[in-house]
Design a protein around this ligand. Structure first.
Ligand SMILES: Nc1ncnc2c1ncn2[C@@H]1O[C@H](COP(=O)(O)OP(=O)(O)O)[C@@H](O)[C@H]1O
Ligand SMILES: O=P(O)(O)O[C@H]1O[C@H](CO)[C@@H](O[C@H]2O[C@H](CO)[C@@H](O)[C@H](O)[C@H]2O)[C@H](O)[C@H]1O
Length: 491
């Protein structure tokens, strides 16, 4: 790579000014943009790095920008979010890249140029892999490789693997290289250790084969700003790609559409979860929760419920009854020794985070935790029930999402009959998943109903906020669960 291609951008402020009007329109349309529904009042440039100079054809700019948005009524005032953008720059966009268009720049540093989402351009995506193959620095960016005990790289990353952007609309963006590796680029980034790198590295040290081991990663140093100024930002992780895999969500929907049973897979997923929990407990500290800690756990859940009720009005009618789940958890503490332990967990486990390889083996991915939670909270040890509850919720999500398909397939019995069948389907999966967990762990999560109910309620509350922000059409799914959790104390 030439000298020009490796220098940080000189006129970064002017650059952002020229992109400003285009980003205001484009950002809110991106699934990964967490500030939908709030106007953008301005941008700050955190860092700009030229991976290829903007005068090149194409150019590639790496931007970290802080997006200012006023908080919505009732929301607590949040600091401006920082986003990672990879911007391609060309004189003219070829037709195949039309869907990646951000816009035509009319003034300032990039006047007359066309800017676009770089990840859809194979030439620019290929450049990122080349950078990752060779450890080094470029401006604030640092490219690192996983090293074995002897200091050499743990895996060979071949040159020239053909890139493709993953179509799936996610919280982040991913590129697949030749069906061998996948590079996940984080979009909303915060300074500090990212659990999506930390936990897979810890699991790799335990030889846990349930999670793809990181092969290389990108961080930004000296770009944190504010409180975490000294801490690097984790921007991307390259890991082996599980070729030919189907994720648990797709698989569950396919099975539901056929009116078939999913309990064997659910049981295998329960076993896989317990194995990952055991490896995490061996790799990182675990704690026994005393009375004060369990009370604090219940208190935090109550606070999250109050905040969610402020942000999502549809949730308010359920709040008083839902609070009883957290009161029951706090009561566990006052009854004496809680016997509860906390450890590092996945943090946002659902069917979409489980990949079934053609061999039938299940792999767990995406250890970032719930994207909306502060990093420090996501990295705290928690009861494994948090992940178990996430999966139990996911079976419910799948059965409710499949309802319209089932109704259409089975017109004479549509409505109540298919609803009863799909809810039975979810109950069977939930039971099988817990049984699978018990197979590997020895403890059946159903033996801790108060803990599980509190976590399931907490998860459904989180989901209501997530759906209201990202997919308002889906809000009825967690609301239906909250209705059930509010009226029925049994699992
Ligand atoms: N190691 C992998 N092998 C195969 N596919 C993967 C792998 N990691 C992620 N994926 C695919 O990429 C998608 C997005 O990855 P994920 O880590 O869940 O990102 P996000 O945080 O954006 O949801 C997954 O749903 C899955 O389809
Ligand atoms: O983007 P992530 O996978 O990190 O997680 C976020 O988005 C998920 C949806 O894509 C969301 O999961 C919810 O919807 C799923 C179906 O699409 C369902 O299987 C999950 O059970 C449900 O929680 C997840 O909560 C959110 O953090």
């Amino acid at each position: 790579m030439s000298e020009a291609a490796t220098r940080p951008s000189a006129n970064a402020g002017a650059l952002l000014a020229s992109l400003d009007p285009l980003l205001r329109g484009w950002l809110p349309r991106q699934r990964w943009f967490a500030g939908k529904g709030r106007p953008i009042t301005g941008f700050d440039l955190v860092a700009a790095t030229e991976l290829l100079p903007p005068g090149a054809e194409p150019g590639l700019l790496h931007l970290l920008i802080r997006v200012h948005q006023p908080s919505t009524a009732g929301d607590r005032e949040l600091p401006a979010d920082c986003y990672q953008l990879l911007i391609g720059v060309r004189t003219e966009l070829p037709p195949r890249l039309a869907p990646a268009l951000i816009g035509h720049v009319t003034g300032g540093a990039l006047a007359g140029r066309t800017v676009y989402e770089a990840l859809h351009d194979p030439r620019l995506a290929a450049l990122l892999l080349e950078r990752l193959r060779v450890p080094g620095r470029l401006g604030v960016l640092r490219f690192a490789r996983a090293e074995g005990p002897s200091g050499g790289p743990t895996v060979d990353i071949p040159s020239g693997l053909a890139p493709r952007a993953l179509g799936a609309e996610q919280s982040n963006s991913s590129l697949v290289y030749g069906d061998s590796f996948i590079l996940k680029l984080f979009r909303r980034v915060v300074p500090g250790v990212n659990p999506d790198l930390e936990l897979p590295l810890a699991l790799a040290r335990q030889d846990c084969r349930r999670v793809p081991p990181p092969a290389a990663w990108i961080t930004a140093e000296g770009a944190g700003g504010g409180d975490g100024a000294g801490e690097p930002l984790v921007l991307g992780v390259l890991q082996p790609y599980v070729a030919g895999a189907t994720d648990g969500w797709e698989l569950a929907l396919q099975v539901l559409a056929k009116g078939a049973d999913f309990s064997e897979e659910a049981r295998a997923l329960g076993r896989a979860t317990a194995e990952v929990h055991a490896a995490l407990a061996a790799a990182l500290p675990t704690v026994t929760l005393g009375r004060a800690q369990v009370e604090l756990l219940a208190c935090r859940m109550t606070e999250r419920l109050e905040a969610a009720a402020r942000a999502v009005p549809a949730l308010r009618p359920y709040a008083p009854a839902l609070r009883t789940a957290y009161e029951a958890l706090a009561d566990l503490a006052s009854e004496g020794g809680t016997g509860l332990t906390a450890q590092r967990v996945h943090g946002d486990l659902h069917l979409g985070q489980c990949l079934r390889a053609p061999s039938g083996e299940w792999t767990l991915i995406d250890f970032e935790g719930e994207p909306a939670r502060p990093l420090a909270e996501r990295r705290m040890p928690q009861p494994p029930a948090r992940d178990i509850a996430g999966m139990l919720r996911s079976f419910d999500y799948a059965s409710r999402s499949a309802q319209p398909t089932l109704d259409a397939l089975d017109a004479p019995r549509a409505g109540a009959a298919t609803s009863a069948w799909s809810s039975q389907w979810a109950d069977t999966c939930r039971a099988a998943y817990c049984a699978g967990y018990a197979d590997a762990d020895g403890h059946d999560p159903r033996m801790s109903p108060v803990l599980l109910r509190a976590h399931e309620t907490d998860k459904a509350v989180y989901e209501a906020v997530y759906e209201a922000r990202h997919r308002p059409d889906w809000l009825p799914v967690p609301l239906a669960a909250l209705d059930r959790l509010a009226t029925d104390a049994s699992l």
